[in-house]
Design a protein. Structure first.
Lengths: 107, 113
C-alpha cells in the first residue's frame, strides 16, 4: 500500500527566507504526486503536480525517485504563503495524503 | 459556477444519531470523493465514486455509507454516529477520475458527543 510522510508538522520561517517542505513516499508503481494548499478558512486547492513541472506562486517541486521524495521549495517566503500544505500521491482512483505541514512565515 | 458545495457547514450529533452530508458539483465531473480530515493525519479517503452509478470504499469506510444520486450529487451517511467520527469532512470532484480531486468543497465540521 502507498504511504506519504511529511515529517514536519510545523515549519516557521522569516519572510524572505528559503522554504523547503519535505515529502517522502512509498509506492511500488510509478507515482503521480501533488501538492495541495489550504489557506486559513479556505478550501483545499491544488498547488502543483509533478507531471506538469510548473512553478506556481514561486513554488517548485521535483520528484526524486531515488530518494522517493517530492519536496516543495520556494527561494523567498512571503507572509501570504502561511498555510497548511499537503503532499499527496495518486494510485488508481485514489489520493493518499500526508499528514500536512503548517507553514508560518513571520514578518 | 459554485464548484463543489456541501451542506451543512457545521453539525453536532449525539452518539447513535444518524445524519447525511450532502455534496453537489456543477462542473460535470465524473468522479466524486469523500474525505475526512483529522489533525496530524491529513485527509483520508472514505468512499469515492468513479462515475455515476458506481461507488467504492476508500481507506476508512467503516461506519459510513454513500449514495451517488446522479452525476451532480454524492451523499455521505452516518447511520449511528460515534465520537471517533468527529472530524472535518470534505467532498471533492475530478473530471478525469484519476484521483486528483482537483476541486474541493468547503468542508463540514462534525462533532459527535
Amino acid at each position: 500500500a502507498q504511504r506519504v510522510t511529511q515529517p514536519e508538522k510545523l515549519l516557521s520561517v522569516f519572510k524572505g527566507a528559503p522554504v523547503e517542505l519535505k515529502c517522502n513516499y512509498s509506492y511500488s508503481g510509478s507515482p503521480e504526486l501533488f501538492w495541495y494548499v489550504q489557506y486559513s478558512r479556505q478550501r483545499l486547492q491544488l498547488l502543483l503536480r509533478h507531471i506538469s513541472r510548473e512553478s506556481i506562486k514561486g513554488f517548485t517541486a521535483d520528484l526524486n525517485k531515488g530518494e522517493t521524495s517530492f519536496h516543495l521549495k520556494k527561494p523567498f517566503a512571503q507572509e501570504e504563503d502561511s498555510a497548511m500544505y499537503y503532499c499527496a500521491l495518486e494510485a488508481g482512483n485514489m489520493l493518499t495524503f500526508g499528514g500536512g505541514t503548517r507553514l508560518m512565515v513571520k514578518p | 459556477n459554485a464548484g463543489v458545495t456541501q451542506t451543512p457547514k457545521f453539525q453536532v450529533l449525539k452518539t447513535g444519531q444518524s445524519m447525511t452530508l450532502q455534496c453537489a458539483q456543477d462542473m460535470n465531473h465524473n468522479s466524486m470523493y469523500w474525505y475526512r480530515q483529522d489533525p496530524g493525519m491529513g485527509l483520508r479517503l472514505i468512499y469515492y465514486s468513479a462515475s455515476e452509478g458506481t461507488t467504492d470504499k476508500g481507506e476508512v469506510p467503516n461506519g459510513y455509507n454513500v449514495s451517488r444520486l446522479n452525476k451532480r450529487e454524492f451523499s455521505l451517511r452516518l447511520e449511528s454516529a460515534a465520537p471517533s467520527q468527529t472530524s472535518v469532512y470534505f467532498c471533492a470532484s475530478s473530471e478525469s477520475g484519476s484521483g486528483t480531486g482537483d476541486s474541493f468543497g468547503p468542508g463540514t465540521r462534525l462533532t459527535v458527543t
